[in-house]
Design a protein around this ligand. Structure first.
Ligand code: AMP
Length: 287
């Protein structure tokens, strides 16, 4: 029977680059293909859906769990970002993960690490207006993880739509021989996009949070009915504020590929980031 039909009984763990390389070599020595799902842990069903999708694209799946300090500003939630390694590994059982890579900060950024990836195009605007360091940090860690894992395929969520566009551009620009797969956003029954940061929400805030997705759908319907996008966005923004949301960083209709201004007869994407108490929520939908 071919080896690919044998599901491993336990998930292998690698905490060092040497351990990762040994595990990956064992996979490659059997001529098996490899899919990769990078995460920051605090895994939920959205992450698990990426792993399941990855398994349909390759013989073996590597999941990394690494809270990347490079993509957090000093004022952001690096220290309080939820961490649950044992729970994460338990959740990864049975969804198709073969190897979990758990590097420490020293493994990714040893003393003397000085390089950064600096991008424009889809990395400009939207998130970058509020988190200027974010995509440089994401692109730098993802390129490092790609070089360490050397997958055939990598799966990213559309939940972080701008991030997916940035990764696609980076892979294209640096001739990285990796197929990037975008996976649809996994949502709660009430429409709230699953996010590790939802754990920060109080019960009252959790009740309000789905109104973001409802608001985006309202704007989409208005735009598809020929209404002016800016007017629809202003109306929904006022409703979200009345509902109890705090600062709206952006709600913007963009070209689905470039994330620049919309173009006639081209796919569009409606993207949003806003605050609910001390928690920043992002979401996006196709228009
Ligand atoms: P994170 O751990 O937040 O860095 O996310 C790791 C990966 O999971 C990224 O590719 C995210 O886009 C993806 N992801 C996070 N939330 C969801 C979701 N609700 N649905 C689908 N993918 C998601």
């Amino acid at each position: 029977m071919p080896d690919t039909l044998h599901m491993p009984q336990t998930i292998a763990k690698a905490r060092t680059l040497a351990a990762l390389k040994t595990e990956v070599k064992a996979i490659r020595d059997k001529s098996l293909t490899l899919a990769f799902v990078p995460t920051m842990g605090a895994l939920h069903e959205g992450h698990l859906d990426l792993v399941k999708r990855a398994k349909t694209h390759a013989d073996r799946v590597v999941v990394s769990i690494f809270v990347n300090p490079l993509q957090f500003a000093p004022t952001e939630d690096l220290d309080r970002y939820p961490r649950d390694e044992a729970g994460d590994i338990a959740r990864l059982q049975g969804v198709g993960c073969d190897l979990v890579y758990l590097p420490t900060v020293d493994v990714l950024y040893p003393a003397g690490f000085i390089s950064r990836i600096d991008m424009s195009g889809p990395a400009l605007g939207l998130e970058t207006e509020f988190r200027p360091q974010f995509f440089s940090g994401v692109a730098t860690v993802v390129s490092k993880l790609f070089n360490q894992v050397r997958p055939d395929v990598a799966v990213f969520g559309e939940k972080d739509y701008q991030q997916l566009a940035v990764i696609r551009a980076m892979v294209r620009d640096f001739d990285m021989d990796i197929e990037i797969i975008g996976a649809p956003t996994t949502r709660e029954a009430d429409g709230l996009a699953l996010s590790s940061r939802n754990a920060y929400l109080s019960a009252a805030q959790r009740g309000i949070a789905p109104k973001l997705h409802t608001g985006l759908q309202t704007i989409r319907t208005a735009v598809l009915n020929g209404q002016d996008a800016d007017t629809a966005i202003a109306q929904v923004s006022a409703e979200l504020t009345a509902d109890g949301f705090g600062q709206i960083d952006y709600i913007r209709l963009a070209d689905a590929e470039s994330l620049g201004p919309v173009r006639p007869n081209r796919p569009m994407r409606l993207l949003a980031a806003l605050w609910l108490g001390k928690t920043r929520l992002i979401d996006n939908i196709a228009v």
